[in-house]
Design a protein around this ligand. Structure first.
Ligand code: ADP
Length: 356
């Protein structure tokens, strides 16, 4: 290299080191941000600025500054500055979701999954980016409820799984990962690792609300699962008969252990509307409401026994998403509004800002 070029290179280095690194305040060169510096005979100068992970935005101005500073040197014919970054991809898992809401029941068969799916559609209809995570290892129902039997989630970056989009929701289910026909023992290590994968490895979008369809029951499996997840709140689904009410109390006790606020109790299959418009209270009347009141937790509302609701669930077309004008859809929208209002009420108050 001739003297003139060596001199120019030194002056380039001095200019670059006079620019402060926005993260640690040292000169750019001393901070180790500059690589691949080349100064050519014809005055063409090129180098790369390497921004640290997830800070590339802060180096856009630095790049312009460096380019201008070097261009101003005598002997610099043209300057090419490349900015590279090693920004990490967005993290998988439910940590980024704004509000995670668990839908639980003490027993199977009370309509928990049907309610969870239609509630998720109602949250979406109210303008929330919504996901549904079916964690019911014993009987995953999301594939049926959303008509997604046989669908497999695609792999995403960094060993993540991409949710499957249906009816405007992002969905994920244990049922997408295992063949429902294959005999399986869902207890023990396999269930635990599948649930861990569901919680940690799904690449959700920017969700406002994620509904967890919990495995039925109030035992250790459910408690352990809930302790892994930061919940904004829980919703308990029950039927009205007296027998079910002890279950509601058990559900409330379980969520108290996790310190998750109970957004409310929903009474499903509350009544049947007869052709003449009268209500037949097939399983008894108002038990879940009374139990909620006695336990000091909110009662969100009830859902009748309804043929269209059952048929739409079996057909893989959630009622709320496919027939918004149905009276039961309107009831789900009211339940979703009430749940969101309670979630806002229970959320930790934001630090107050005083404006003079
Ligand atoms: P769980 O998740 O509690 O086991 P499901 O949501 O799978 O219960 O519901 C059990 C059955 O009851 C399904 O066939 C579902 O379509 C039906 N079902 C649930 N809720 C209602 C309702 N309000 N009216 C009519 N059928 C219902």
């Amino acid at each position: 290299m001739n003297n003139r070029l060596a001199l120019l290179e030194n002056r380039v280095k001095a200019r670059l080191d006079a620019i402060k690194d926005p993260l640690n305040g040292a000169g750019l060169l001393s901070a180790g941000r500059v690589s691949g510096l080349a100064v050519r005979e014809d005055g063409k100068i090129s180098f790369t600025i390497e921004a640290p992970a997830n800070a590339s935005e802060r180096y856009v101005g630095v790049r312009a500054e460096a380019e201008a500073a070097v261009r101003a040197l005598d002997g610099a014919a043209s300057v090419l500055v490349v900015l590279t970054s090693h920004d990490a991809p967005p993290a998988a898992g439910i940590g980024r979701v704004k509000s995670v809401i668990a839908v639980a029941s003490a027993k199977g068969g009370v309509g928990k999954s049907t309610v969870a799916a239609n509630l998720a559609c109602a949250f979406a209809a109210l303008g929330n980016k919504t996901g549904l995570l079916d964690l019911d290892v014993y009987g995953p129902s999301a594939p049926t409820l959303f008509g997604l039997q046989g669908r497999k989630p695609l792999p995403g970056p960094e060993k993540s799984l991409l949710p499957i989009e249906a009816f405007g929701l992002e969905t994920m289910s244990i049922g997408y990962l295992v063949d429902p026909a294959s005999p399986m023992i869902w207890r023990g290590a396999m269930a635990t690792s599948a649930v861990r994968q569901m919680i940690d490895d799904v690449m959700w979008g920017e969700l406002d609300v994620l509904i967890l369809d919990m495995p039925p029951g109030t035992g250790d499996v459910q408690l352990t699962l809930l302790q892994r997840v930061p919940l904004a709140g829980a919703i308990i689904v029950s039927t009205p008969q007296e027998m079910a009410l002890a279950d509601v109390r058990r559900g409330i006790a379980m969520f108290e252990k996790t310190r998750a606020p109970i957004l409310g109790v929903i009474e499903n299959m509350a009544y049947y509307v007869l052709p003449n418009g009268d209500r037949a209270y097939i399983f008894g009347q108002g038990g879940a409401r009374r139990t909620a009141e006695q336990a000091g937790v909110p009662f969100l509302g009830d859902i009748p026994i309804d043929v269209a609701l059952r048929a739409s669930a079996d057909a893989g077309k959630p009622l709320v998403a496919t027939d918004a004008s149905h009276s039961v859809s309107a009831q789900f929208l009211d339940l979703a509004r009430a749940a969101l209002a309670n979630a806002a009420r229970f959320a930790k108050p934001a630090p107050s800002i005083t404006v003079n």
